[in-house]
Ligand binder design. Structure first.
Ligand SMILES: N[C@@H](CCC(=O)N[C@@H](CS)C(=O)NCC(=O)O)C(=O)O
Length: 249
């Protein structure tokens, strides 16, 4: 309960970010790659922009003292600083959260960076406040075994429940495809159970929401797909338990 509450507070201190979507006009052919830590305030800023532009990415978690992907960032960019964005479509590789936001808007949104993202200091303070509400979470390394295939997570940045799962994936250093499924219409804001009972046809606009509806029969975030074991799960608490039991050491 406390975990969900502090995660909800973290969402509360980032109003209007990482949830509403105005999709990118151009989608990357090859998946973007983000080396990040869930608990890092700067990484959050990049992930918020990914949600807002409806862009998917492969997330390579780099918790403190992480051994799997941190060395690769040092090799590619010269230092251990996060976020580190790699775009295999253009060859661009970059540090600096606010620069990554500008790059994503200009390259894939094909529009100027929204005004709110120009208030750099304000965004960084707000995001740091959100991280402070989850001290140590999504930053610490926990021993794990590395799955062969990438997991997939349907998520949007400001979901308090998806955050808990992303924190666990970071701590376990498990790479995954982040399938962003933010909100475009008022129907997307109605909780899944209520939507079903009111018989509101959700008619999702976003491809990932449509895919989730078709695959799982409903749209609820988070949703984890593990192709290594054939497991597919809703519910953050169940997903976290599954990850701990399957990959935790
Ligand atoms: N100005 C950078 C700051 C990035 C930064 O300081 N990131 C921290 C994590 S929150 C980091 O990389 N720390 C080094 C480490 O974790 O080893 C940005 O906005 O991206």
């Amino acid at each position: 309960m406390l975990n969900v509450l502090s995660s909800a507070l973290a969402t509360f201190v980032r109003p209007g970010t990482g949830i509403s979507v105005e999709p990118a006009t151009r989608k990357p052919e090859k998946m973007l790659e983000l080396y990040d830590m869930e608990g890092c305030p700067f990484c959050r800023i990049t992930r918020e922009a990914l949600t807002e532009l409806d862009l998917d990415a492969v997330i390579y978690p780099c918790p403190k003292n992480g051994k799997r992907f941190r060395p690769k960032v040092i090799e590619m960019g010269g230092k251990a600083q996060f976020p580190y964005l790699v775009d295999p479509n253009t060859g661009k590789q970059m540090y600096e959260s606010v620069d990554t936001v500008a790059y994503l808007y200009e390259t894939y949104g094909e529009r100027p960076v929204p005004f709110k993202w120009r208030a750099e200091a304000l965004q960084k303070i707000g995001s740091s406040l959100a991280s402070a509400l989850r001290p140590g979470q999504g930053l610490r390394l926990a021993e794990s075994t590395l799955p062969d295939k990438l997991l997939e997570l349907y998520s949007f940045e400001s979901s308090p429940f998806a955050r808990l799962v992303r924190e666990k994936l970071t701590e376990l250093e498990i790479p995954y495809i982040l399938r962003n499924a933010g909100r475009t219409s008022w129907r997307d804001w109605v909780p899944p159970g209520v939507r079903a009972s009111l018989d509101i046809d959700s008619e999702p606009e976003l491809a990932n929401r449509q895919a989730l509806q078709e695959r799982a029969g409903k749209i609820a975030i988070p949703y984890l797909i593990d192709p290594n074991t054939g497991t597919e799960l809703f519910e953050s608490a169940e997903i976290i338990e599954y990850l701990e039991q399957t990959y935790g050491v």
